[in-house]
Design a protein around this ligand. Sequence first.
Ligand code: ZN
Length: 77
Amino acid sequence: MRRGIKVYHRDFERRCFELRDRADLIVLETKCRNCDSYYLIDWPIMHYIKRSNLTPHIPLNGVKCFECKHDNCIIIP
Ligand SMILES: [Zn+2]
């Protein structure tokens, strides 16, 4: 059974708090388009800034789903 969105948000806030001293990293909520798994990933902020002109529908380069191993994870807008 999948966890609810409130749990997702709490996990997101917790991870942001854990990384509060890391100005070079941001936390992204991502979803696998293949199996619908949800992930939080730490992402270098410079990579995110460089991506800012791209749509969230373009998979994150180099991020593989932990469940199905497909590299088809997108940022949840
Ligand atoms: Zn997957």
